[in-house]
Design a protein around this ligand. Structure first.
Ligand SMILES: [Zn+2]
Length: 436
């Protein structure tokens, strides 16, 4: 896919209500975005399918929804306060900050040509204050990852549920990083959503085998949401680049329009986090194994996913411009029906014929009980098809004069543009079969 397709995707996202630049009426806030009516549906579908596949479908998984605000002691124990930093230089003239390794010319500010300060360390976590008076308040952080709430609650989950190791805890939620290098649309932003799993295993387990099993299971999610495997690359992170506590990390990279980059990842974090929280909190976080009568601190395999990156990969993969027989070009999002914002759109052939509208409304009301459906009676049928193609609606249902006589409708397929007549009584079954 050509790099100009990023511009086309950004434009479609705004035009059709998937993604808007954040705080736009005030001139915008860099590296923040809002998700519009179509975007929130797509994101929710990504998360719902993830939750079902990784949490509900597995007997060895449970879920958690931890806080965004956590005790600052958690971030001290995890090493974030000390290590989650970038060395930055600041322009003495315009005060913009840059990562020295990302600069084309190391001595001059690319914005104004000013001189730089020596590198200073800059915390990647957002700070906030708990309490009404800033001076007396407790300094806290917005979480830079969802993982730590899982470690902090691991013992609570174990004590309140009938879980035996190996088992995992999954979580979906917002995380915040005060990134200096941002860009590529929703790929890297200050605020984003993560879908993470901490999978607890015995220190004696064959961790590499469990790691490999999870990696394969992750690819099953790609299949489920319709991301093609040939677009993926496994990037084994070499020893010298890996986080010091990780024994193995693989970035699951994807071929985005702007290049190959990290989409998901899996890491073996050893017992680093639990050991750190056990030491800092003074609480015993060991697991007692009934079978062997041994106590141990579990080790952890962590598969992690970005929601917005997954959304961008889906949009890039689905985006097509197709030339039609009449010479016109249609833009179509060939999203898999299970992630598409609308599963079907319902139209009366003519908006000014009461009997057609009444029949179409009846069908719309019935389908809405099972699927997220769009209603459209603007303009002509051709224009409605073009619109639904652009937002990825897999099926369009049209009620015409024959429908009143024969109790059937025209169903038009987004990808093939073929139409067929389906009995109204069979419609729900017909769509259900195609939307799975
Ligand atoms: Zn400058």
């Amino acid at each position: 896919m050509a790099s100009d397709s990023m511009e086309k995707i950004v434009s479609l996202c705004k035009r059709r209500g998937f993604v808007y630049p954040g705080s736009e009426i005030y001139g915008g806030l860099a590296s923040t975005y809002d998700f519009g009516p179509l975007g929130v549906e797509l994101k929710n579908n990504i998360k719902k399918l993830w939750w079902k596949y990784f949490v509900q479908d597995r007997e060895d998984m449970v879920g958690l929804d931890g806080g965004i605000l956590l005790s600052p002691k958690i971030w001290e124990a995890s090493g974030h306060v000390k290590n989650f930093k970038d060395a930055l230089v600041e322009c003495k003239k315009c005060h913009l900050r840059f990562r020295p390794d990302k600069l084309k010319e190391a001595s001059k500010c690319p914005e104004c040509g000013g001189q730089f300060t020596d590198p200073k360390s800059f915390l990647g976590m957002f700070k906030t204050t708990i309490g009404a008076i800033e001076k007396e308040g407790v300094e806290a952080y917005l979480r830079p990852e969802t993982a730590q709430a899982i470690f902090a609650d691991y013992k609570n989950v174990l004590d309140s549920n009938n879980k035996k190791i190996p088992f995992g805890i999954g979580q979906i939620g917002k995380a915040f990083r005060n990134e200096v290098t941002t860009g590529n649309f929703i790929f890297r932003t200050l605020e984003f959503e993560q879908m993470e799993i901490e999978y607890f295993i015995s220190p004696d387990a064959d961790w590499n085998k469990i790691f490999e099993n999870w990696l394969e299971y992750i690819y099953g999610y790609a299949d489920l949401i319709g991301l093609p495997r040939p677009q993926f690359f496994k990037h084994e992170i070499p020893d010298e680049e890996r986080a010091f506590y990780s024994k193995r990390t693989i970035d699951v990279e994807y071929q985005f329009p702007f290049g190959q980059d990290e989409l998901w990842a899996i890491a073996y974090r050893t017992d680093y986090d639990l050991a750190a929280h056990q030491a800092a909190s003074g609480q015993n976080l060991e697991y007692f194994d009934d079978a062997t009568k041994k106590k141990f601190l579990p080790h952890v395999i962590e598969p992690t996913f970005g929601v917005e990156r997954t959304m961008l990969a889906l949009l890039a993969n689905a985006y097509r411009e197709e030339e039609l027989e009449n010479g016109e070009t249609r833009v179509v999002l060939k999203l898999k029906p299970n992630v598409a914002p609308y599963k079907a759109a319902v139209f009366p052939l003519l908006a000014n014929k009461e009997n057609l509208v009444a029949k179409a409304r009846e069908i719309f009301g019935e389908l809405k009980k099972d699927f997220n459906c769009a209603w459209d009676e603007r303009g002509n049928i051709g224009k409605r098809y073009r619109y639904q193609d652009e937002v990825g609606t897999p099926f369009c249902v049209t009620v015409d004069f024959d429908s009143l006589e024969n109790d059937d409708v025209t169903v038009r397929d987004r990808d093939t543009m073929k139409q067929e007549r389906v009995k109204i009584g069979e419609l729900k079954k017909y769509l259900t079969g195609k939307i799975q």
